[in-house]
Design a protein around this ligand. Structure first.
Ligand SMILES: [Fe+2]
Length: 323
């Protein structure tokens, strides 16, 4: 029996064409996810009705997971742009740098934002440099959780000392209060729960609302409205519950990178914590309290890929609750 070789038969030609098209799509998707979308920075804006009666509007800039590496000029330019929005408060939920060399670059890029009131907590990439590993590492268990080798340590204090010298509150397993927009804003924060470094701070003695979210119209003893804010890097359920039981009115977190890769109509593939993937970024409700998760501005530079999930900062306008 004779005939055309498979590669020259109509079936073979069609298979070759499909294979070539598939390869082209895969190569294009890789170039987009690795080199284009990670640089398409955007500001997402939303409002949250969480303020007590009597408080003025509060514009909060939430930044997270910058993972700055030396030479990321577009990201540096975007960080400087964010300061032109003149937020009332900056909330930084950690993972700022990829290496020790990036710390002075970060501090220079954040310089204008450090002139605004701010608070911060640490993530793992404020303590350890980014390690080079398989691109699919993000989608697998973290070896640090398994007692595996750690990446090189970072001079964390070099960064956190600069933050606190500028007036930002260090909320790593700590509390703090700022007065702004006619309101006492009480913060509670924890060090990175992904590394199990979180130790929830002891009650501060103002616990009239401990165990219950503050009711609308909550007024501090000094006669000023009070807002309670919880801040963490990785939004693990145990920490969310602790902050809600502590009386937080609104929570901020990062860590998820919005899943890094997402699919249309499906959303994020993973959250890298025990939050559901539908809550990988944006606002979700937890025991009646809103949690805002930032999709973040970057990722480990060795596997910084994004698809249908642009890097972001968020400008949240906090408004009074409806009566
Ligand atoms: Fe991160």
């Amino acid at each position: 029996m004779t005939g055309l070789p498979l590669s020259r038969s109509p079936l073979g030609i069609a298979a070759t064409a499909v294979g070539a098209a598939g390869f082209a799509v895969a190569a294009g998707a890789h170039v987009w996810a690795r080199h284009i979308e990670p640089n398409l920075f955007e500001v997402r804006e939303l409002s949250l009705p969480v303020l007590p009666t009597g408080a003025g509007r509060l514009r909060v800039l939430h930044i997270s997971d910058i993972h700055l590496a030396v030479g990321q000029e577009r990201k540096i330019e975007f960080l400087r742009y964010l300061a032109t929005m003149k937020p009332d408060l900056v909330v930084n939920t950690g993972d700022n740098v990829s290496s020790a060399a990036a710390i002075p670059v970060l501090l220079d890029a954040l310089g204008p934002l450090l002139e605004r009131p701010g608070v911060f907590v640490n993530g793992s990439n404020d303590k350890y440099a980014a390690g080079k590993r398989n691109v699919f590492r993000y989608f697998l268990p973290d070896p640090r959780e398994e007692g595996g080798p750690k990446d090189p340590p970072l001079p964390t204090e070099q960064m956190t000392d600069a933050f606190t010298a500028a007036g930002w509150l260090d909320l790593n397993n700590a509390r703090g209060t700022l007065q702004m927009s006619g309101c006492d804003v009480d913060f509670v924060g924890v060090d990175d729960p992904h590394l199990d470094h979180d130790e929830f701070p002891a009650p501060d003695g103002r616990g009239d609302s401990v165990g219950q979210p503050s009711p609308a119209g909550d007024v501090a003893a000094q006669g000023r409205p009070r807002l309670r804010v919880g801040v963490m890097h990785a939004p693990y359920q145990r920490v969310i519950r602790e902050m809600v039981e502590d009386g937080s009115d609104v929570l901020f977190a990062g860590h998820t990178h919005g899943g890094q890769l997402a699919l249309p109509w499906f959303g994020a593939l993973v959250t890298n914590c025990d939050l559901h993937r539908s809550q990988a970024k944006g606002v979700s409700m937890h025991h009646g309290v809103p949690l805002h998760v930032s999709g973040g501005l970057g990722a480990n530079p060795f596997y910084n890929m994004r698809m249908f999930n642009r890097p972001e900062a968020t400008l949240l306008t906090l408004k009074q609750r409806r009566a």
